[in-house]
Ligand binder design. Structure first.
Ligand SMILES: Nc1ncnc2c1ncn2[C@@H]1O[C@H](COP(=O)(O)OP(=O)(O)OP(=O)(O)O)[C@@H](O)[C@H]1O
Length: 238
């Protein structure tokens, strides 16, 4: 582990009954980068996010954030210690407005007017002003993704875990989402993104980790990874 490692998993294992979803997975993310977590359906990517963020307890192995062991911590504790996470299926509160949705996350460091000010600043930053008064259920797929990202930013996480930001988003809004992700990275958020769209990975990521059958089979810059024979056989084809 180098000094600028922000996230590290060490020999992570998660079994569900007889199925091993994550199998001795070790990888790390460097502070300041955009890293991709890619691999075929069922490779264990979302389960890895669940293990990092406390939604599942690992069967064995460990997770550390900036050198501190966070293995098996409660989701709220991990969220407030600096890891924000979006989900593959967005879940805004349908009957609450975009603005009201922003106030739902508990923010230990701000309350009252300061919390409202933070919510408005993030709504502005992600260009959600035009829909701030609309209910969550009335948003498009892409707007829901942006709202989810906005809500996660209420806790000002050092590390953002994004689960398939392109899923269910129309191509025009996808460019906006990519621009926002890049801007967040420039502002200092480290990002780990699960994504099936390789054009998105190529555009966003400094490095990628390729998972297959629960383990990492390759790690490095996307251009190099594309040439790796095991990766081509397991995932990219040809
Ligand atoms: N709660 C659960 N109970 C039982 N099996 C599970 C559970 N969650 C995931 N799995 C299984 O673990 C394996 C890994 O699933 P996971 O969703 O992590 O893969 P993934 O790489 O994220 O796939 P996708 O790209 O399709 O989202 C799959 O075989 C899945 O069916």
């Amino acid at each position: 582990m180098t000094d600028d490692t922000i996230l590290k998993t060490d020999s992570l294992v998660k079994t569900f009954g007889g199925l091993t979803a994550v199998d001795q997975l070790s990888f790390s993310v460097t502070e300041g980068e955009v890293a991709g977590l890619i691999g075929p359906n069922g490779a264990g990517k979302s389960t890895t996010f669940d293990l990092i963020t406390g939604f599942h307890k690992p069967t064995s192995g460990s997770v550390s954030l900036k050198g501190k062991d966070i293995t098996g911590g409660k989701p709220y504790k991990i969220a407030t210690s600096g890891i924000g996470r979006t989900f593959q299926d967005t879940k805004p509160f349908g009957k609450l407005s975009v603005f009201e949705n922003m106030l739902v996350p508990q923010t230990p460091d701000v309350s009252g007017d300061d919390k409202i000010e933070r919510a408005n600043a993030i709504i502005n930053k992600l260009d959600l002003n035009g829909v701030a008064d609309e209910n969550g259920e009335d948003l498009s797929g892409g707007q829901k993704k942006l709202l989810e990202l906005a809500r996660v930013l209420m806790l000002d996480p050092d590390l953002l875990l994004l689960d398939e930001p392109s899923a269910g988003v129309n191509p025009a809004l996808m460019d906006d989402i990519l621009d926002h992700i890049k801007a967040l990275n420039r502002e200092g958020h480290t990002i780990l993104v699960i994504e099936h769209d390789m054009t998105v990975i190529a555009e966003l990521c400094d490095t990628v980790v390729v998972m297959s059958n629960g383990d990492a089979i390759a790690e490095g810059p996307f251009k190099e990874i594309q040439q790796d024979e095991r990766v081509r056989n397991a995932y990219l084809g040809t």
